[in-house]
Design a protein around this ligand. Structure first.
Ligand code: BGP
Length: 469
């Protein structure tokens, strides 16, 4: 007898997500220390993170809106430097109190908090003390910080995310505090940092299980679906390689506790394989996450990128991640898909594929930690923002989740990105993702008031009928 699951499970976590530096503002308030996001060289054409959506001062109003929407879960990140301004050492009580208030507010509204421990904003203090993730010292400081969070908030927070998009941080020098512009050296440093992050994550899985009763923890990687562009065998091989060296490697280390064969060879060929210490692999193998969190926005088409006299192994283009590399693969436009204004190819079937691939490879329940549609939006003088494109995007992607469920993939929940408009990593306030409009422009702060978009009501209805619409 075959069983068809046509519905989302009763306890499905219908969520929405943000990240601290993109929404909180109050960048220098109440004793917060500087992070790499505060000190990064800013594009003068887009806003910085100083005020953002001012969630730090609007959190009660924002949680009230989440409650009205019917959210079952809210994924947010803790700004490490609000808790430890230098990344280690003294605790800043005012920062600790802020998250106590936010968590209490969520719990009172019956919204399950999902907390990201580290979402891009690495403490500048640790970069200055010892070079941040490039030093092994970073492992203990991350684990201490995470353990402090578990002890402080673990009575109310049961879902934890270790590191957001580690697979992107590896290729983004400024997020690692790197100054040089030698791509080859930066990649080498990135993969050393990657190793330290994986050991830190493994130790943190363990700490969570010891310190949080009923605690569940997992990573949140970025996982774009990839396709071979054609049926040329060379494209097929390029696709296989790209999947291994860009998509799977962090999860293989987190879940299977190993450097996958293709990935290891890739690092060794370039002199990028980090020196492992005794016990590293055992530590990775012994400690596992409870679920796989992943952010999904788009798919990419992969084609072979042969070496020529113009390029050599290691020549890379890091424009829109993942980085393409001569001799391995490049990303080409998919003529079958529509794209956002920023060229992100919209592909709900790709999400279905990712869910199936991850489930088959790791057999852990999935949590979609981000999925959303960025657009330019202007508030009309009357009425609300009619974001039908966003509704269509979210609806299609949720149907993809349902189809994956129908073939046995297990899910904990789904978080759309983002609950309210927040500062976009690449495009400031000219790229909005929210279900709720925040009244500000790039440089004009206006009144920062909140207004519900059409998608807010659509999501409210979706949650109310448990995805049966
Ligand atoms: C993910 C990040 C988020 C968010 C999102 C959208 O990579 O985890 O922090 O920024 O992408 O990206 P963007 O704002 O650049 O469109």
């Amino acid at each position: 007898e075959t069983k068809t699951i046509n519905s989302f499970p009763k306890n499905f976590l219908w969520g929405s997500a943000t990240a601290a530096f993109q929404c909180e503002g109050a960048a220098y308030e109440d004793g917060k220390g500087l992070s790499v996001m505060d000190v990064r060289e800013q594009n003068p054409k887009i806003c910085n993170y100083e005020v953002a959506s001012d969630h730090y001062h609007h959190f009660k109003e924002d949680v009230a809106l989440m409650k009205e929407c019917g959210l079952k879960a809210y994924r947010f990140s803790i700004a490490w430097t609000r808790i430890f301004p230098q990344g280690n050492g003294n605790v800043n009580q005012l920062g600790v109190d802020f998250y106590n208030r936010l968590i209490d507010e969520l719990v009172a509204a019956n919204i399950t908090p999902i907390v990201t421990i580290y979402h891009f904003e690495y403490p500048q203090g640790l970069i200055e003390q010892y070079g941040g993730w490039l030093s092994r010292k970073s492992i203990d400081d991350y684990v201490n910080y995470a353990s402090f969070l578990f002890k402080t908030y673990g009575d109310r927070v049961k879902y934890w995310i270790t590191i957001n998009e580690q697979d992107h941080v590896v290729h983004m020098p400024f997020r690692l505090g790197l100054k040089g512009d030698d791509l080859y050296e930066n990649e080498k440093a990135g993969f050393l940092a990657n190793h330290h992050m994986c050991i830190a994550a493994a130790k943190t899985f363990k700490a969570c299980h010891e310190l949080v009763e009923g605690g569940k923890i997992g990573p949140a990687v970025c996982f774009d679906m990839m396709y071979p562009t054609s049926n040329r065998p060379a494209d097929m091989m390029a696709w296989l390689d790209a999947m291994e060296i860009r998509n799977y490697y962090v999860l293989d280390l987190n879940v299977k506790g190993e450097y996958g064969g293709v990935f290891k060879r890739y690092l060794e060929d370039r002199g990028w394989m980090p020196k492992l210490q005794e016990g590293d692999l055992a530590c990775l193998k012994e400690n596992k996450p409870d679920f796989i969190g992943f952010n999904y926005y788009a798919s990419k088409s992969i084609s072979a990128y042969p070496l020529s006299d113009k390029n050599k192994i290691g020549d890379m283009v890091i424009k829109l991640l993942p980085a393409e590399e001569a001799g391995i693969y490049k990303v080409v436009k998919n003529e079958n898909l529509n794209a956002t204004l920023w060229g992100w190819e919209i592909d709900d079937i790709g999400l279905e594929g990712v869910c199936r691939l991850l489930w088959e490879r790791y057999r852990l329940p999935l949590m979609i930690t981000e999925n959303g549609f960025g657009n330019k939006e202007v508030m009309p003088e009357e009425g609300m923002i009619q974001d039908d494109d966003r509704i269509d995007y979210l609806h299609r992607h949720l149907l993809a989740v349902k189809r994956a469920m129908n073939v046995g993939v297990e899910f904990i929940g789904y978080c759309n990105w983002s609950f309210m408009d927040i500062v976009s990593g690449h495009s400031g306030f000219s790229k909005r993702y929210g279900l709720v409009y925040v009244n500000r422009d790039e440089f004009d702060l206006k009144d920062l008031s909140r207004s519900k978009k059409k998608s807010f009501y659509w999501y409210q209805e979706t949650i109310a009928c448990n995805g049966e619409n």
